[in-house]
Design a protein around this ligand. Structure first.
Ligand code: COA
Length: 198
């Protein structure tokens, strides 16, 4: 069924916790948005074999149809500074610029703050993420475990000063995912899908 952007308003979108039944639609959406090489990204090194942060794997639904996805992941910024890594975020290509991305971002950041998280980092276009408060400020002494375009390495403090003095390698700290490679219903990339589908 084709979708049209005029059918959508942010108010008609429901943001919900991602469930096992969303896995295949989410995978298709991510393939559409990023292409099949999406697991080659440096951020994926912090997601592979991990589960998303508790309560922070969200989908945008329109009449039960999955039209957007965002996940956040537990990381540490150098030694002993917990934070979240945001991504991937994607919205169905037929209905972008209807505000769905903003609804997902705001809900994800509000939930992260409510859960007591202090900072969120991501690799993405500053031109999009600055509207949510992200900037390169405080990120210059942090490294990712792979190639990094520093202009796209952004952070947001949920608690004042949470990024002050941050330095070192960003490391994954999320719950380990159980891998069951024989079970085909599980998503590709981000092997956090595995436990969620169990
Ligand atoms: C980024 C994305 C999630 C935004 O979803 P969305 O529902 O279209 O977002 P919104 O409706 O809230 O905002 C749309 C606005 O953001 C702008 N925008 C979208 N992506 C942008 C980008 N990469 N850089 C700058 N601006 C961007 C749009 O041009 C639009 O501007 P307008 O309001 O002036 O028309 C969506 O474009 C997408 O899925 N893109 C492909 C995957 C991707 O690139 N994900 C982000 C990885 S960095």
């Amino acid at each position: 069924m084709s979708l049209h952007v005029s059918d959508f308003t942010p108010a008609a979108i429901v943001v919900a916790d991602e469930q096992a039944r969303h896995v295949s639609a989410r995978d298709a959406l991510l393939d559409q948005a990023f292409g099949p090489d999406r697991s080659a990204k440096t951020s994926e090194r912090l997601r592979e074999d991990r589960l998303p942060a508790e309560g922070l794997a969200l989908v945008a639904l329109s009449a039960e149809r999955l039209v957007g996805t965002v996940r956040l992941w537990n990381v540490t910024l150098g030694a002993g500074r917990p934070a979240l890594l945001l991504g991937p975020i994607a919205v169905d290509g037929q209905i972008r610029s209807a505000g769905i991305g903003a609804v997902l971002m705001r809900e994800a950041l509000a939930r992260a703050a409510d859960l007591g998280h202090r900072a969120v980092i991501l690799v993405g276009d500053e031109a999009y993420y600055r509207r949510f408060g992200f900037s390169a400020q405080g990120m210059d002494r942090l490294w990712m475990p792979g190639p990094l375009d520093r202009a796209r390495f952004l952070g947001l403090e949920l608690a004042p000063g949470a990024l002050a003095g941050a330095h070192g390698l960003v490391g994954a700290t999320g719950r380990a995912a159980v891998r069951w490679p024989d079970v085909e219903i599980f998503g590709r990339g981000e092997r956090g899908d595995v436990r969620m589908a169990a």
